[in-house]
Design a protein around this ligand. Structure first.
Ligand code: FES
Length: 63
């Protein structure tokens, strides 16, 4: 399913970037372009990050 219509990025691509190490929405945007234009997809990107438990990974990365 296309999540970011501006950059035509699917949920699979976003999940793939999160698995590859993206730690926040800005990181996802830099890696695949999702969220860099209108920002309309940002809540879904944030939800996918939360679903993947990225806040926990981010805490370990900062330690
Ligand atoms: S829908 Fe993703 S930046 Fe516009």
């Amino acid at each position: 399913m296309v999540i970011c219509h501006c950059a035509v990025v699917s949920d699979q691509e976003i999940r793939s970037q999160i698995r590859a190490g993206a730690l926040d929405a800005a990181d996802v945007a830099e890696r695949c372009g999702a969220g860099i234009k209108c920002g309309g997809c940002s809540p879904i990107v944030e939800a996918l990050l939360a679903e993947a438990g990225v806040s926990i990974r981010r805490a370990y990365a900062a330690a």
